[in-house]
Design a protein around this ligand. Structure first.
Ligand SMILES: CC(C)(COP(=O)(O)OP(=O)(O)OC[C@H]1O[C@@H](n2cnc3c(N)ncnc32)[C@H](O)[C@@H]1OP(=O)(O)O)[C@@H](O)C(=O)NCCC(=O)NCCS
Length: 183
């Protein structure tokens, strides 16, 4: 276990949306497998395509289990929850660290009915804060060029950003090293 990985792993917080809604979030846990599968069904085919770069009609139990079982340091994820139904996931953000480096690949998805309300921006900021706290210096993500939502979100997130084209995608790198995102 790396220094700084143990403490803080169970921290739960809230995202305050502009319309006053308060969204709880917490680290993902093994018990989330079924909720992740249900969450997947709340994503439109386009959202699924943007997240997985392919057609994924159902999230298999095996894949959901892979997402839900994290060590909290090399692999980490946060789930945002429906304020009226706490077992119901409305957003998932995760990072996966490259072995032995300070670089981590990030991914995020928000249920279609919850998009454009600030959940994605709030969740990714919390995820990046958690990543920096765990020693990640560079967070990166591959984004399809037509994914205006994610490219817009990454422009707004507040960290220094570099972009390059790689294998038909836009690779966006955020430098977490010595930065505090804009409020
Ligand atoms: C990308 C995604 C996570 C954004 O989540 P969200 O909760 O809708 O985003 P927010 O409401 O926090 O928006 C934050 C900013 O992102 C940008 N943005 C979000 N959706 C947008 C859209 N449809 N078109 C253009 N810009 C958009 C805007 O700049 C927005 O700020 P604004 O609302 O003040 O204009 C969501 O669209 C999603 O889950 N998409 C499918 C999965 C995906 O593409 N994942 C990324 C690949 S890993």
């Amino acid at each position: 276990m790396m220094p700084g990985c143990a403490a803080g792993g169970g921290v739960t917080g809230t995202l305050a949306l502009d319309n006053g809604t308060i969204i709880p979030f917490r680290p993902i846990r093994l018990g989330d497998v079924a909720a992740l599968q249900i969450f997947h069904r709340t994503l439109s085919p386009q959202s699924v395509y943007h997240r997985y770069f392919g057609i994924v009609p159902e999230l298999s139990a095996e894949r959901a289990c892979h997402f839900a079982v994290v060590d909290g340091c090399v692999r980490y994820a946060l789930v945002a929850l429906d304020p009226d139904r706490s077992g119901s996931i409305v957003g998932v953000g995760s990072f996966d660290r490259e072995d032995g480096t300070r670089r981590a690949e990030c991914g995020i998805a928000v249920a279609d009915d919850w998009q454009r309300r600030g959940v994605g921006l709030g969740l990714i900021r919390e995820l990046l804060r958690a990543a920096a706290w765990r020693g990640v210096g560079t967070a990166y993500g591959y984004v399809l060029p037509d994914n205006r939502a994610m490219l817009g979100l990454l422009r707004k997130v507040g960290y220094a950003r570099k972009t390059r084209y790689e294998r038909g995608t836009v690779c966006v790198e955020l430098s977490l090293a010595d930065a505090t995102p804009d409020a």
